[in-house]
Design a protein around this ligand. Structure first.
Ligand code: SF4
Ligand code: SF4
Length: 150
């Protein structure tokens, strides 16, 4: 009998992934699209419950993914090279997990086979954040700092 094939994210480095695998790896949590504040003195980064203007709050997906960098210059598209360097990437982020040689969680759509499982498990930002468009501008951001264990 033929051996079952390992899921593509196991036993691979981020750099080994094909473009299709790379895109499929995103769990759609939307956590990385929350606006952050950096303390100029300490460098400490705080997360807010305010999402980038392009994040679709319902689906937790970027509404203009192909042009995200042009539309939002601060957006940082992930790459195999920068994932290890980005300290604020959520602990549950699939790219971080694969980089650390860990497996995906049960609620990851690739594991569950259900794109909604990340939301039902409460692991996405759905219904927890507001859009930058409604937050009242950059000066109001400190009001929305959250202490979430992302
Ligand atoms: S935190 Fe990681 S897994 Fe979640 S949406 Fe961002 S890139 Fe995708
Ligand atoms: S531009 Fe898109 S991918 Fe980038 S932070 Fe905003 S919503 Fe997220």
């Amino acid at each position: 009998m033929a051996e079952a094939q390992e899921p593509f994210w196991r036993g691979k480095t981020l750099g080994d992934l094909s473009a299709v695998e790379w895109e499929a790896l995103c769990d759609g949590c939307g956590k990385c699209c929350l606006l952050k504040l950096e303390d100029a003195d300490t460098g400490k980064i705080e997360t807010t419950a305010v999402a980038c203007k392009l994040l679709d709050i319902g689906t937790c997906r970027c509404s203009d993914y192909g042009r995200r960098k042009r539309r939002v210059p601060d957006c940082i598209p992930l790459t195999p090279e920068n994932v290890p360097m980005i300290g604020w990437l959520p602990s549950t982020c699939a790219y971080r997990l694969v980089h650390e040689g860990r497996d995906l969680y049960w609620w990851h759509p690739l594991v569950s086979g259900d794109a909604d499982s990340v939301h039902r498990a409460g692991m996405s930002v759905r219904h927890k954040v507001l859009s930058e468009k409604e937050a009242g501008g950059p000066s109001k951001l400190p009001n929305y700092v959250v202490d979430w264990n992302l």
